[in-house]
Every structure is written in C-alpha cells, then in structure tokens.
Design a binder for this molecule. Structure first.
Ligand SMILES: *[C@@H]1O[C@H](CO)[C@@H](O)[C@H](O)[C@H]1NC(C)=O
Ligand SMILES: *[C@@H]1O[C@H](CO)[C@@H](O)[C@H](O)[C@H]1NC(C)=O
Length: 531
C-alpha cells in the first residue's frame, strides 16, 4: 500500500552521455530562461515549507523545550489534568484559543504523518525531516499520555465557552482547564478512530528512525481502534462541551474505516483489510460521494487510499468493493477539477480560481484538496494511468498543475496579492485572530495580563500583531476573493493546525519539482536537439 514517489525516474536521461558543449549550451539557455521567467513566477516552496513547520512550535502547549525556535512562546498549561489526577501536559492548541481539542489535534497528526510518508524523501532533501518528526511527536507524545487505559481516552482540556470569555496569552491562562474523557459508558468512536489513525500513521513514520517508539504508537493505535469499534457512539454525545466547536457531524463510521485503513497500512494485517471490505457498504465508505475532506469528514481520504490497493488485489470479490471505493475517490478528484457533469457535483471556485466550500475557514478544504490531488497525481504517474471524469479524461499533469494553482493562490497568486500563509512573502495577514500572537510576548513582559484586559488592550487594537504567527494558514478569503485583515474577523483571520498540516507534504513535493525542473527542461531540450 505504501507508495514511494519517484516522479523523475521515467523521464530521467543521464546527462553524462551528452556532448560537453551541448550541456553547457543548455545550462546557459536554462539560466536565461529562469532569469526571464521562473524567478519572477515561481514561489519559494523551501521557505514556505520551513515556515509551515515553525507554526507547530507556536501552537505548543506544555513545557517548551530548550531548542524551541519560536521564541515569543513560553511554558503554559503546566497543570493540565491535575484536577483529574492525570498528566495531560503537552499537545497543541488547535487555533487562536487555548482549548486542546482531541479530534482536530488527531487529524492534524494524521495529516502531518501522511505528508511525511508520501514525501519523506522530498522533505529530507529540503533539510526539514527532523522538524517534521518533532511536530508529529509533539502530538503523539500527548496522545500516549491521554490514552490512560485501553478504553479511556482524554478528549479535551479546557472548554470553548469559558476559554472564549477571555483574551489572554497561554502563559497567563486563568480559564478552566477541566478535562473530559471518553470511556466504555461514554464512548466516542470518531475520536478513538481518528486518534488510532494518527498513531498508526505516525508509527509508519518512526519505523526507520525509532523502532521502539513506532512499536509503542502502534500498540496504542490497535487498542484505540478496538475501543472505538467495540463501544460505538459519537464523541460529542459523551463530551457535550465540544458540541458548538467540533461536533462530529459526519458521525463515527468514516473514522472507523479510516482507522482500519491506516492500521492495514501500518501492520499489513488482513484483519483490517477485511474490516474495510465488510463494512464498506454499511459504513458509507462506498456510498458517500463527497467533495470535502476535513477533520470531520474522512471519506475522500480513505476512498483514495483504498483505491490504490486495486492493482495488487486478485480476488474478484475484493476487486468489486475496491472499485466502488475508487469510483468515490474519483468523484472527489473530478469534483475538485470541475469535471463532473452536473455543476452541483463540482466544487465552486472563486473568480480568482480558489476552491470554495464555505465561508468559515475555507482554506482548510483547499489545503486538504491540494494534498489529496498531489498524492493522486503521483499515483497516476507511477502506475501509468489516467483518470476518467464524466466530462473527459485527465492526466496526472493536469491534476498536479491544478494542485499547484491552489498552493500558488495560497502563497500570493490571487486578486489580493496576499499570502495567506502568515510570514511568507511581502504581504500577509497582520491581525491573525490568535490570543498569543496578538499580545506582547510573555518573554518581553511577564506582567500578568488578565482575562478581559486582553480584550480591552489588545484584541480591539488596529495595530498589527506584535508576534508574527509564522507558517499559519488563515481561514482565507470569501467567495469573491475578498479578505479583510481584522482580528475580529475570525472566519477569515483565524488559523488552525489542520490547515497547515497537509501543506507540509505539498510544499515538499512542489519544491522537489522546482529543483528538478531545470534538469528536466534541459534534458527535454537536449533530447529535441538529437531528434
Ligand atoms: C456526461 O455528459 C456527457 C455529455 O453530455 C454524456 O455523454 C455522459 O453520458 C454524461 N455522463 C454521466 C455519468 O452522466
Ligand atoms: C495586485 O497586483 C496586480 C499586479 O501588480 C495589480 O494590478 C493589482 O492592483 C493588485 N491588487 C491589489 C488588491 O493590490
């Protein structure tokens, strides 16, 4: 199931056989071309990748380590879990507040891990593998603590209502840190399933470099899946405080299929494959055609992963079900490409070309789409296939270039000329809806800033945030490409960890392509000259 991407293998012609002069000629031409065009049009994906990983350091809860690079942050949430007698120090704040929400945190870790699995070599080439592993481990270390016994998982620390009442730095936090859990009598199959998926995916990432840790993660993943599968229910029925923030609208069936898919990838144990086959219909895996992939709705992701198994599968009965999964995966991809017949089956786009699902934090859907389309185009390329959409056949290059258009929109190729990745390029959101970033750093002034004092003195200020939340992907523009950089415009200016996570893989992919493009162009030129 694991697929290594080697996008240049097929097209690589060794330059060593080429005449010396032609090589040099080509080099000069390439330099000329890049001076004239590339430099002005290509984005600096290396810079974007490095910055995206800094964001996870800014979102850290708990004890900040000595090598922390985002220096305006300090320790916070050091007594999390104390009231309940469990150590829940660590993990990530999900967005601009200080609640530790389990479901979006787990999805963030799954997507960071998937990025590291698909694009490990590209991330390593960029010198960012260590930072990526650290970002994943900051989450998985927390999940290990939160999973206190086989059928108990701590789901949340703090709650949205009391947290949002205050505007404070995390280091000054005075809000309730009450913790909430799921267990046998208060189940949460969606949360247990997503956390199992995150742990299984991360276990693949750490397999090579830290076998012991990888094994530990897998152990938790197996238990969490069993817990989620055996004690069925939506977590928001057990943890009521999450309802107005991260309610599980799609239910838990997608997460159970998703977890089983990741466990199959991590273990190769047929039991998990049987699970996704026998529950395919009942759990909606082969029934739901969906155009969004998010912390709530996992169908498109698992359909895409499972359709890749078709090539290896020989049993006819299995092939039939996998083909049904593939049909749904293709629906998603075609929908993003605007290539389904009926317009209601296609994702809307802004006039500037951005995929548009809904006005509140639309960028989360753009970054997950960019990721899924990137990996799917790799898959088509590596297996020499094309995609048949209702309105026509599409090749891997078209899918890839559409994914790139979304990434480039994010980085500044849009009607506002604005990078929605904070800290990247000359123009980016300066008033991100983020408590810590909008108040003077605790490192600069340790004087306590109270609950409402933050609202009075910092939230309402027209000034840019004193701390730049580098690498955060904000909610982004509306359906007409308009964006208002106001701190209280939380639909557009708040960032979330699961927005940035898929971009780690996507930036690494496009960086790799840019780095090898000159060689590729050069080879094509040489080839042409020999014809
Ligand atoms: C899509 O539209 C084309 C052209 O009108 C038609 O030939 C085709 O059958 C349609 N496909 C589906 C699945 O509706
Ligand atoms: C964006 O840049 C283009 C080209 O330089 C310019 O024509 C346009 O007015 C700019 N738009 C905004 C909103 O700054």
């Amino acid at each position: 199931m694991k697929m290594e991407t080697q996008p240049h293998k097929k097209h690589h012609f060794g330059t060593s056989h080429m005449p010396f002069l032609v090589q040099h000629c080509c080099l000069i031409i390439t330099l000329l071309i890049s001076t004239l065009f590339s430099i002005t049009t290509a984005f600096d994906y290396a810079d974007a990748l490095s910055k995206s990983l800094l964001y996870f350091e800014a979102q850290r809860s708990g004890r900040i380590p000595y090598n922390q690079r985002v220096t305006w942050r300090d320790h916070s949430g050091l007594t999390d879990g104390l009231e309940e007698g469990v150590d829940l120090v660590g993990g990530y704040y999900d967005a601009g507040d200080h609640v530790k929400f389990g479901l979006p945190m787990a999805f963030t870790i799954t997507m960071l891990s998937w990025s590291a699995i698909e694009y490990r070599q590209q991330i390593e080439e960029a010198g960012e593998l260590q930072h990526t592993l650290e970002a994943i481990k900051w989450g998985t270390d927390y999940f290990i603590k939160a999973h206190t016994s086989p059928n108990v998982l701590w789901a949340e620390v703090g709650d949205g209502d009391t947290d949002h009442y205050c505007w404070q730095r995390p280091e000054d936090m005075t809000t309730s840190r009450r913790a909430f859990k799921i267990e046998e009598n208060n189940p949460g199959s969606d949360l247990a399933g997503e956390t199992a998926a995150a742990m299984a995916a991360a276990s693949i990432v750490f397999k090579k470099t830290n076998a012991h840790y990888s094994h530990l993660l897998l152990h938790h993943a197996l238990q969490l899946f069993e817990f989620g599968d055996k004690y069925r229910g939506n977590y928001d029925a057990s943890v009521g405080v999450v309802k107005s923030y991260y309610a599980s609208v799609s239910g838990y069936m997608d997460e159970l299929l998703w977890a089983a898919t990741w466990l199959y990838k991590a273990t190769d144990n047929k039991m998990y494959f049987e699970y996704v086959l026998s529950n395919a219909h009942k759990f909606g895996g082969t029934g739901w055609s969906i155009s969004e992939f998010s912390w709530d709705v996992k169908y498109a992701g698992l359909q895409l992963m499972l359709s890749k198994l078709l090539r290896e599968e020989k049993e006819k009965k299995h092939r039939t079900i996998l083909e049904q999964y593939r049909t749904k995966a293709e629906y998603y991809v075609c929908s993003c490409l605007n290539k389904n017949n009926d317009s209601k089956d296609n994702v809307e786009r802004t006039p500037g070309g951005l995929l548009y699902i809904r006005e509140w934090n639309n960028m989360q859907y753009v970054s997950t789409a960019a990721f899924l389309l990137s990996t799917y185009s790799d898959y088509l390329e590596n297996t020499n296939q094309k995609l048949n959409c209702e309105t026509g056949t599409v090749d891997h290059e078209e899918i890839q270039s559409f994914a790139k258009s979304q990434v480039d929109y994010i980085l500044g190729s849009n009607p506002m000329n604005m990078s929605y990745l904070v800290g990247y390029g000359p123009k980016y959101p300066k008033r991100v809806h983020h408590r810590g970033a909008s108040i003077l750093s605790y490192k600069k002034n340790k004087g306590f800033i109270g609950c409402t004092q933050g609202y009075d003195n910092w939230y309402g200020s027209q000034e840019p945030n004193p701390n730049v939340l580098v690498g955060a992907l904000v909610g982004g523009p509306d359906g007409k490409d308009n964006f208002e950089d106001r701190r209280n415009n939380f639909m557009q200016t708040e960032a979330c960890t699961y927005n940035t996570a898929p971009l780690v893989g996507v930036f690494a992919k496009f960086l790799h392509i840019e780095n090898h493009k000159t060689v590729h162009d050069c080879n094509s030129l040489l080839l042409a000259s020999f014809k």
